[in-house]
Write a protein that binds this ligand. Structure first.
Ligand code: ZN
Length: 480
């Protein structure tokens, strides 16, 4: 028998055997979830705006995480704070038994990009941090979705457990990786996450794997004029190392990204520097590619030290897996995005966006509130990594993007901060919460869909033993 059925045949069979699946025919519960988010919209907007103003960076998100955790507690969730050795990580649970559906929320800001909620570049507080990745919206929307689902569970309309993960420090050490190492995601049936973006779509494309490490060189100090022959320069080794790394660029795949900053390169010219340090991030489409780059960088560091007559030490500090995409799950997300339809913007919001685009030399096309078509995944992801990738190798993880900023506006920069503190960001946040809640209704209701998602996950992750890219010991929580 020919088992290669056409997609239309599969669709017909699915509809005949399982009428409530895939297209979420149980619209009423989804409508209730959407109504719940609308009823909480003022509080959610307030929470997001407060986190936007706090603008706390990685592992310093004390007030931001407390605000979200307190809100979850007030809504009836059981909250566990200080998870995996990080005071700003928490887990909020509601309900009992299976299925257990998880949802991730981030809330860390980026240093040095403080910005007012206006379309002209001007710091809210000069030199301070800003939400240049929209994580104030990310954490709040995810919690809003969890609250909507909690209300359906409380009303006896859904059965199981909803679990919100407050995951700190995405922008630096990768808080989720330390949480993953503790095993806090392992019992989930499915996990969900979203990210602010300039488009609305179910994310069928992966993200890059990355390895984050420092290389230190230790030489011998001497007077740079009186007896330089007695010195061995750590900076000379660092220069050999970066030269080697930059020379390597010619001989890597086009998917590779390599970037570094020099953190320590001597103090004054008349002392042969005895210490130098460089911080590197190497990325490729898959973990195996990142591993290969790391192995080559180790050799370059050793060679550089040998040439300069100094010692070298390479320390891996962290890194992310690429996102393991679950197409079965992404189809469910796409169906829910289509059901919700586009985001509508006012003329003022479009003008706000266009002013930003003109200021950043981007074509003034405004905001794109349309749901993007469900295109086949690209063979390699665009540049960028996330610690959601690590979670996706432990449990099936579904991901979506929602518009919160003008098309093609620079990310990790002031335009994203500006939009995240006003109605453009607020609309994206509410929309993301609704899309996540509607998708969760499908996941709670439909065991067959969950099984199909898990089957795809098992098949794709087969043979991979999860090895987090973090050093042994506790996460590097700042002491001050
Ligand atoms: Zn981000």
């Amino acid at each position: 028998m020919n088992l290669r059925l056409s997609s239309t045949a599969i669709l017909l069979i699915t509809l005949m055997t399982h009428p409530l699946s895939i297209f979420g025919s149980d619209i009423k519960k989804k409508e209730e979830a959407v109504a719940s988010i609308e009823s909480h919209n003022t509080e959610l907007t307030n929470i997001s705006d407060q986190i936007w103003r706090f603008a706390e960076t990685a592992l310093r998100e004390t007030r931001s995480s407390k605000l979200l955790a307190d809100y979850a507690e007030k809504q009836g969730f059981e909250v566990k704070r200080g998870v995996a050795g990080m005071p700003t990580a928490f887990i909020a649970s509601y309900g009992q038994g299976r299925p257990i559906i998880g949802i991730l929320g981030e809330y860390d800001a980026l240093p040095g990009i403080s910005q007012k909620a206006q379309p002209v570049k001007e710091a809210l507080e000069a030199g301070s941090a800003g939400h240049g990745c929209g994580h104030n919206l990310f954490g709040t929307a995810s919690l809003g979705a969890a609250v909507a689902v909690k209300e359906l569970i409380a009303a006896g309309k859904l059965k199981g457990t909803v679990r919100f993960y407050g995951t700190p420090a995405e922008e630096s050490i990768g808080g989720k990786i330390y949480m993953a190492r503790e095993g806090v995601f392992n019992d989930l049936d499915v996990c969900l996450a979203w990210h602010p973006d300039d488009r609305i779509r179910a994310d069928v494309d992966s993200t890059q794997a990355i390895v984050d490490f420092i290389v230190e060189f230790k030489g011998k100090a001497a007077h740079a004029a009186a007896d330089p022959w007695n010195g061995r320069s750590a900076v000379a080794a660092l220069e050999f190392f970066t030269t080697g790394l930059n020379r390597m660029r010619e001989f890597v795949k086009p998917t590779v990204r390599m970037h570094y900053t020099i953190q320590k390169g001597g103090d004054v010219p008349n002392v042969v520097p005895e210490y130098a340090r460089v911080w590197c991030w190497l990325r490729d489409s898959k973990r195996a590619g990142a591993e290969e780059l790391l192995a080559r960088a180790r050799k370059i560091a050793e060679g550089a030290a040998l040439m300069a007559g100094v010692e070298s030490k390479l320390t891996v500090q962290g890194g992310d897996y690429e996102l393991l995409v679950n197409l079965t799950g992404e189809r469910i997300i796409h169906a829910n995005l289509t059901w919700l339809g586009p985001i509508q913007y006012t003329a003022e919001e479009q003008e706000f966006a266009k002013t930003i685009q003109r200021a950043t030399s981007v074509e003034p096309t405004g905001l794109n509130g349309a749901v993007q078509p469900f295109d086949p995944p690209k063979p390699d992801p665009e540049g960028g990594s996330t610690d959601v990738g690590d979670v996706s190798w432990l449990v099936p993880t579904l991901h979506l993007s929602v518009t919160t900023a003008p098309e093609k506006a620079p990310w990790h920069a002031w335009p994203v901060v500006a939009c995240g503190g006003m109605s453009i960001g607020h609309k994206g946040m509410a929309y993301a919460a609704k899309a996540l809640a509607a998708t969760m209704v499908d996941l709670f209701e439909d065991a067959k869909t969950r099984e199909a998602i898990q089957a795809e996950f098992k098949q794709k992750s087969k043979g991979e033993v999860y090895k987090p890219y973090v050093p042994d010991g506790p996460p590097p929580v700042p002491k001050d």
